[in-house]
Design a protein around this ligand. Structure first.
Ligand code: IPE
Ligand code: IPE
Ligand code: MG
Length: 253
């Protein structure tokens, strides 16, 4: 590698063997954004962008396995996304159902464990049932933990955690004086997952959009202009390479 620069979008692309084996992130989170704009640029309906996005995700899951990344958390539908036009929401729901049903067997064969993170109580019954069936079916898999953030909003996640904590304390399952970061984290949708090491957001937006606010306290952030449907293995390797060049200090010297 010789063309090293500080901008994430202009870095040269490394090969898998050029990455440092001992500096592979344990947990990668992705805000998969830009599907609509990708479609619009091609005069296609927005749903085509979402469809292409699913294919891209499959590719990234395979790459994560190849690199030995253990946790992949992807933002697929936010609690705010319900406010989109009805037709977009409907198309997205159909796409979720179809994709999970179609991919489940393959994911299972590949040792992928699926988990939904999001507010379960307000997810339409049919979708929740499909998610929960997939979780059940893949629960013994250990190769890669694939967490799908769906009906997810981080502020609501924190409020829900506080409510659960309150009930636990009232029933004497927990002593308020003993609540620390570790205990609190267990009440979040992500439960005992490790925090993400790297968060990637595609599409050129440099914001978090209510994603994992608690969990990304010390996560490395990587923003790229590439739209999610264009995001390839090459782009992913570039993000990992960029991550490997960072110095994480966690407030220490
Ligand atoms: C991300 O792509 C997918 C979802 C939010 C469901 P968008 O649909 O937000 O695409 P843009 O940002 O409008 O291009
Ligand atoms: C964030 O993207 C949610 C997902 C990628 C699922 P949005 O497109 O909803 O975020 P904003 O509206 O640009 O902040
Ligand atoms: Mg968007």
């Amino acid at each position: 590698m010789n063309s090293i620069s500080s901008s994430s979008d202009s870095l040269a692309v490394p090969t898998v063997s050029e990455l440092k084996k001992n500096k592979i992130p344990f947990h990668v989170a992705i805000i998969m954004d830009g599907n609509g704009r990708w479609a619009l640029k091609r005069n296609l309906p927005r749903i085509s962008g979402h469809r292409k996005g699913v294919i891209v995700l499959k590719n990234i899951v395979i790459t994560c396995k190849e690199l030995g990344i253990k946790y992949l958390t992807v933002y697929s539908f936010s609690s705010e996304n319900w406010q989109r036009p009805r037709i977009e929401v409907k198309n997205l729901m159909v796409l979720f159902l179809d994709s999970i049903k179609r991919e489940l067997e393959d994911l299972n064969k590949n040792g992928v464990r699926l988990k939904l993170i999001g507010q379960r109580e307000t997810i339409p019954a049919k979708i929740l049932k499909t998610f929960e069936y997939s979780e059940q079916k893949t629960k013994n898999n250990k190769e890669l933990f694939l967490n799908i953030a769906f009906n997810y909003g981080s502020r609501q996640e924190i409020i829900d955690a506080v409510k659960k904590l309150y009930i636990a304390a009232r029933n004497n399952f927990i002593n308020i004086d003993n609540i620390d970061v570790k205990t609190f984290s267990k009440f979040l949708y992500t439960e005992d997952f490790p925090d993400p090491d790297l968060l990637i957001r595609t599409s050129g937006e440099s914001r978090i959009s209510n994603f994992m606010l608690w969990q990304i306290a010390y996560t490395e952030l990587y923003f790229t202009k590439t739209l999610w449907p264009d995001f390839s293995k090459k782009h992913f390797l570039k993000a990992i390479y960029n991550f490997q060049r960072r110095s994480r200090r966690f407030g220490k010297l």
